[in-house]
Design a protein around this ligand. Sequence first.
Ligand code: NDP
Ligand code: GDR
Length: 370
Amino acid sequence: MAPGVQPLGAPTVSPEAYRKRKVALITGITGQDGSYLTEILLEKGYEVHGLIRRSSSFNTGRIEHLYKDVHERPKMVLHYGDLTDTTNLVYIISSVQPTEVYNLAAQSHVKVSFDMAEYTGDVDGLGTLRLLDAIRTCGLTNHVRFYQASTSELYGKVVETPQSETTPFYPRSPYGVAKLYAFWIVKNYRESYGMYACNGILFNHESPRRGRTFVTRKISRAVAEISLGQQDCLYLGNLEAKRDWGHARDYVEGMWRMLQQDEADDFVLATGETHPVKEFVEKAFSHVGITIQWEGEVESVEEVGKCSQTGRVLVRVDPRYFRPAEVELLHGTPAKAERVLGWKRKVTFDELVKEMVEADVEGAKRADRD
Ligand code: NDP
Ligand code: GDR
């Protein structure tokens, strides 16, 4: 930028005065995390702006309960946009003038990233760069605090456990590789331009709002439908994969805390426990009174889960859900987040499974559910 030339929309006030307003911009507001984050930011008195994609079908179901008519001075405002559209991002940042930006938007499905590798790289990797550059273009480099939805998928192949902020990365999917680029560009902009930009390296977090093709929600929905006689069998992929599963509501609180520190840094959010997919299946069925008994070889297409009471096969392995490269084990330590941010997860693994199954049982009884 030439000396004396003001970037687009640059504020005339100091960063301290600018941040007295509490204005958040969330990309990915229609997703699981976006909806919980919006709830807690509204409770904390923020004006929340969200980027939504135009869709031929309804995509605002998770935030519908937060929507107020535009004529009622809403605290949540939605803007059409996309992380692949630079001009649109610059326009939104310059008109919203956010104090905090949460970049949650992503093609977030690991298996789908093998089918749509280039698109995933464009949105999850370059999309992060576009958003950071939009902030700079608008002259907000020193005014905005930036949160990046980084992921435990960066660890990929196991190098050490538990995985922490110092564990080396080894991503195992186009999604993981795209998020690795995003991780480093955030760190680079922090070091190059002094931006307050953080990576939250979040381990899996779930809820009744989880997308239905992720394994936990796929299981809780199927268990609910099987218990009500609406479905016969649940087909899954790798049952031996282990994940560190927490509740999304706890994790969005950690995102907010990362942006309230004196200095920007990167943090792991995890539970410190790990459980195989198989255990999630067993626990979920136990909540509807069914005990699962396994037969067959580990990771074999022959493996099945039978109802121990009736002998009926309720779970089968279908190789179509296997991934070209798998992340076998995720097990994080939240020690740094607990120490520095005072963050601690509240919901246990058992409580999470129970809440998801109960919500899906209720949903399966209604016709209008997600
Ligand atoms: P979801 O898949 O539920 O939500 C993704 C959001 O991104 C949706 O709002 C989606 O919009 C939006 N989106 C997708 N592509 C684009 C695009 N090109 N431009 C703009 N918006 C787009 O994900 P989660 O809420 O579970 O996760 C939030 C973030 O955290 C993601 O970046 C994910 O990769 C990351 N993450 C998630 C973890 C988890 O366990 N949940 C763990 C670690 C990281 P639409 O509704 O229109 O599809
Ligand atoms: P993950 O979540 O890949 O960890 O990414 P997902 O729930 O898709 O898979 C978890 C594990 O379960 C195994 N699995 C199956 N997975 C799916 N989706 N469907 C199945 O039928 C199935 N059967 C077994 C998988 O192989 C895997 O090992 C999530 C996403 O939210 C990412 O965006 C986020 O970054 C990471 O969590 C942390």
